[in-house]
Design a protein around this ligand. Structure first.
Ligand SMILES: [Fe+2]
Length: 183
């Protein structure tokens, strides 16, 4: 049920542009999941990559902004997934993908220079680069490296016309994850 609801949400997003980028929300999600698969990431990371922006597609959650979508889409998505049976790790990764961007813009000037114009705009609404204290706290986050990996796929998964595995191929992974009791 939940897996099919999420697939329907993503399918519906096949037409909606991914804020300021040249791919749709669905293309972006599929490209991020493909990048995760191609880097031999485990299933939870692939799921997090596929669903990291789901907060943008939830009409009743988060703080909406006309140009950049749901401002706190990271937290909204994490909350939504956790409430529906996704593991704490998947929720943490989804909830941390903006945090990772705020960390990298604080610590890595080369990363900042490569951000797309739309991503620079949203960064300001997301709180801008981390403060020194926030960056120090992020350093000790047990999911730090994984959040940074997810972030790198997020930046890369914006290639117009890139053919990747279809949405239906992720259904078994989602079902398997949700059916596992230890979540
Ligand atoms: Fe994204």
């Amino acid at each position: 049920m939940i897996a099919d609801q999420l697939i329907a949400l993503l399918e519906a997003a096949g037409q909606s542009a991914y804020f300021g980028e040249r791919v749709t929300q669905l293309e972006h999600a599929l490209q991020c999941a493909q990048l995760a698969t191609d880097s031999d990431a485990d299933e939870e990371m692939i799921i997090a990559a596929l669903l990291h922006d789901i907060g943008h597609l939830l009409e009743d959650e988060g703080l909406h902004h006309p140009e950049v979508g749901v401002i706190d889409h990271d937290a909204a998505g994490a909350r939504y997934l956790r409430e529906r049976g996704f593991s704490a790790r998947v929720a943490a990764l989804v909830g941390g993908h903006v945090e990772a961007k705020r960390y990298l813009t604080r610590t890595n000037p080369a990363y900042f220079a490569k951000l797309s114009p739309a991503s620079v705009t949203t960064l300001q609404l997301q709180g801008g680069p981390m403060t020194e204290e926030q960056a120090a706290a992020f350093e000790s986050d047990p999911f730090k490296e994984q959040k940074l990996r997810l972030r790198s796929w997020d930046e890369t998964g914006k290639r117009p016309g890139w053919m990747v595995a279809p949405l239906s191929s992720y259904r078994p992974i989602l079902l398997g994850h949700l059916n596992r009791a230890e979540n």
